[in-house]
Write a protein that binds this ligand. Structure first.
Ligand code: UDP
Length: 369
């Protein structure tokens, strides 16, 4: 079959590979002049630092098949994400762990003491937290919420944490030990030569053609037996029902000699600081050594018409426009909407790969019937 695809990011790359290995012909249109979507990495020619051009991506998963898959296409190096946070004039460790709690409250608690203490702080009258704020007040209490989450979340999402769903905070654990690994998954690492090389490997198949610098448009539909679309679902319909809200990011790049902040990720949780975090990219590759450094200062704002959409904004109250677009998308006979933009979901890379594998296989199974 002749298959068209929109977008050469992780989703379409994985689906293309599944289908190509089963004899189908794939043509991918990518409007940017590079593959890999927002995972794109490029080595800075001057410093030699591998730069995560659209912001940092750290690979972590509990899915053994996904881990085997990425290791098939790239050499992974060990990397453990340890995030620091500056708030109220001090530096702490994230996710909130025993060190954070002891430092923040000036205590020397054991795990059991810390747990009992945090339970006193927690608002137990909230039995079924709906919003981000309720989730935080229920599980860490007012002081930690206001220091670490309230300001950062307001800056990141542009709305009050009372309007955001609890699911956003559920991404972050609270630990009553000194484990400061940001993720709890069994597998974690970084591709030694970056994500773009890994995705190039996935796309490297004689049945896959990638056309760079060209957008997929709906009038191309008739050229293909089926289309996988990883662009924004509202864009596919020319925004006829309005625009779905996204947050975009501005990265202010800076270069310097030496070690700028001593760590890969420093969050800035105070609302008075206009940016959310600073990332120092050479620390994402601790197996390398570079004299110079490249940093990104990250600002979040509402996504306008000509901006890159990063985070879909889901509110507690739901979104009827999204429901309408989803219904239209579901009814498309020849198009499957995939990935973060196609399905309007906040997806980690491992979830994206899993979803893409499942989509590709379901399509193959349906086609074979
Ligand atoms: N968050 C926060 N303070 C922090 C880090 C995270 O309030 O210092 C909140 C914020 O709302 C963020 C969410 O937790 O959007 C998820 O954090 P994560 O680090 O997973 O965000 P990502 O790296 O995916 O942007």
């Amino acid at each position: 079959m002749k298959i068209g695809m929109a977008g050469a990011g992780l989703s379409c790359a994985v689906i293309a590979r599944e289908l190509a290995e089963n004899g189908h012909e794939i043509r991918i249109y990518e409007k940017r002049n590079h593959i890999a979507g927002n995972c794109h990495t490029e080595r800075d020619t001057e410093s030699g630092v591998m730069v995560h051009i659209y912001g940092p991506h750290i690979f972590h998963t509990d899915d053994d098949e996904v881990w085997a898959y990425v290791n098939r296409f790239a050499e992974f190096k060990p990397y453990v994400n340890r995030v620091k946070a500056t708030t109220k004039g001090q530096v702490y460790s994230l996710p909130i762990n025993l060190h954070t709690i002891n430092q923040f409250f000036g205590k020397t608690f054991s795990p059991a003491e810390a747990q009992a203490f945090i339970e006193q702080q927690a608002d137990l009258s909230i039995t079924e937290p709906q919003s981000f704020e309720e989730q935080a007040l229920r599980f860490v209490g007012k002081d930690l919420y206001e220091a670490f989450f309230k300001g950062y979340t307001q800056k990141q999402w542009g709305v009050s944490p009372t309007e955001l769903p609890a699911s956003i905070l559920k991404r972050l654990p609270v630990r009553f030990n000194y484990n400061d690994n940001y993720f709890f998954h069994r597998h974690q690492g970084m591709p030694a030569e970056g994500y773009t090389k890994m995705i190039a490997g996935i796309l490297d198949h004689p049945n896959i053609t990638v056309v760079l610098g060209e957008s997929f448009s709906r009038d191309m539909l008739e050229q293909f037996d089926h289309v996988f679309y990883s662009g924004p679902v509202d864009g596919f319909y020319n925004y006829e029902l309005g625009r779905l809200p996204y947050r975009t990011l501005d990265f202010v790049r800076s270069e310097a000699e030496g070690d700028v902040q001593g760590t890969a990720v420093m969050n800035y949780c105070d609302e008075s600081v206009p940016y959310t975090r600073i990332t120092e990219h050479k620390h994402f590759a601790p197996w390398e050594s570079h004299d110079r450094s490249v940093c990104y200062t990250e600002y979040s704002r509402a996504c306008g018409e000509n901006d890159i959409p990063y985070y879909p904004v889901h509110l507690v109250q739901g979104d009827t426009v999204l429901e309408q677009y989803s219904a239209k998308a579901k009814a498309e006979p020849k198009v499957s909407f995939v990935g973060r933009l196609g399905t309007y979901r906040y997806m980690d890379m491992d979830v994206t790969i899993r979803a893409a594998m499942d989509t590709g296989r379901a399509w193959l199974a349906a086609y074979a019937r």
